[in-house]
Design a binder for this molecule. Sequence first.
Ligand SMILES: Cc1cc2nc3c(=O)[nH]c(=O)nc-3n(C[C@H](O)[C@H](O)[C@H](O)COP(=O)(O)OP(=O)(O)OC[C@H]3O[C@@H](n4cnc5c(N)ncnc54)[C@H](O)[C@@H]3O)c2cc1C
Length: 512
Amino acid sequence: MSNLATTRPFRVAIIGAGPAGVYAADILTKSQEVRDGHLEVSIDLFEAHPAPYGLIRYGVAPDHPRIKGIVGALHKVLDRGDIRFLGNVTYGRDLTLSDFREFYDAVIFSTGAIKDAALQIPGVELEGSFGGADFVSWYDGHPDVPREWPLEAKEIAVLGNGNVALDVARMLSKHADDLLVTEIPDNVYQRLKTSPVTDVHIFGRRGPAQVKFTPLELRELSHSKDVDIVLYPEDFEFDAASDEAVRTNNQIKTMVNTLTNWLAEEPEHAQHPASRRLHLHFLHSPVEITGTDGKVSGITFERMELDGTGRARGTGSFVEYPVQAVSRAIGYFGSELPEVGFDEQRGVIPNEGGRVLDADGTAVPGVYATGWIKRGPVGLIGSTKGDALETIGYLLEDRLNLPKAQHPDEQAIVDLLESRGVEYTTWEGWLALDAHETALGAAFVSDAAPGRKAADDGGTGDGGTGDGGTAASNTAASDPAAEDAAQRAAVIRQRIKVVPREEMVHISRRRS
Ligand SMILES: Cc1cc2nc3c(=O)[nH]c(=O)nc-3n(C[C@H](O)[C@H](O)[C@H](O)COP(=O)(O)OP(=O)(O)OC[C@H]3O[C@@H](n4cnc5c(N)ncnc54)[C@H](O)[C@@H]3O)c2cc1C
């Protein structure tokens, strides 16, 4: 048995309560060493937001209730009571690395990635050109972004061929009523409702066999009601590397099949056109966003061709599309944190398997990283579990040789936060906020205008399945029985997010 185990629990701070942070805490508490009684751990999970769950709450699109269901599993972990949640505490502002070293034996960074990767082309600064991450933060009710978003464009370009581009394009093209069943904040619903958008164009630099989407997310595009998918035969170019990818990679094969099937189906759309279109373009590399009076009015691309290895090269031929807004969704990027190194190329904390490295490449004792800030912003939530497993493995291996905390008492850090006037939130506070938001959603049923919407997402997941209010009203107009049913129908909402930070903190800290 370790000396520490005989004297006091091993104190661990985890910074960032996204999936990576919660998985790391869970894996540590369930480790063999803890189960055998060789190690007693005491874990504090810090989070900059008043609420936990990271990008599941502020990144995953609201019409992905099945993914948001992962929250249920994370909730169970935090609800056990053996991991202390301390929200509304920002590393680097409220607490420094020196503080953490004083109060904990080990610190794990799981701060994720929240910003857009940069795209350096002329015109990127024009009004109407926006980062996908900013738009995602807005529609997901991030507490620190403005509540208003200008949605005035009829034609919008979305740059990128990954799942974030799909999310952004889907949210821009979907009819607002089809999102009403989700947890979207009311200001987001109201704004989307007034959007004049008719055409959203997604542009990728390479071909259909090089997309970075995942099959489920791609297929989901066709679930949006009254939105046609439009493809262009000239973009369907496959080189030797593409053929190889289709042959050897099931995901690519599925997506190429989906895309080619949609291409073949296109003429049907022409007979019953939808009111909105979502265009998928390939082999387009953006070169300039053009503007009129400081506002986006178009975007120019160089047409690309595949070079045989799956990479794209310019053809020297250019094409311009008239658009009034451009969303850059080419990826997320990690943010530099004070007092730890940062890899400017990859947007991660330099590390080896999760052991944080200093400028000389030497492991910093007692400092670790996990999740997107360790590995970079790629991969679904599930992959953060693997990150955590590896990092915790090293932490357990190192634990007997780490510098010991001077103030390991659990109350000491809380006293420090209080002395600094930090309005930290707790797990009980989150439960209160959670209940409040859920009650707002439930109350909406009685507040909804009769017949406005008959909807239920049925818990089926991606894509949402709620019937649009327009569809309900149209049916009702021609059928008295349906009209009666529509009058009695009400919207069932998951929850309505409370978004201003002060209000979240107030509700979380309210003492009954
Ligand atoms: C737009 C978008 C949509 C996505 N959709 C899906 C999907 O549908 N399905 C899926 O499986 N995956 C999806 N993902 C991927 C998934 O969100 C990530 O795999 C996962 O969230 C990464 O986990 P993480 O814990 O490393 O980072 P995060 O989830 O970003 O969590 C990091 C946490 O650290 C906190 N933090 C940051 N800085 C500080 C600080 N200084 N002090 C204290 N706390 C801090 C942040 O507030 C955040 O809560 C999506 C990602 C994005 C960007």
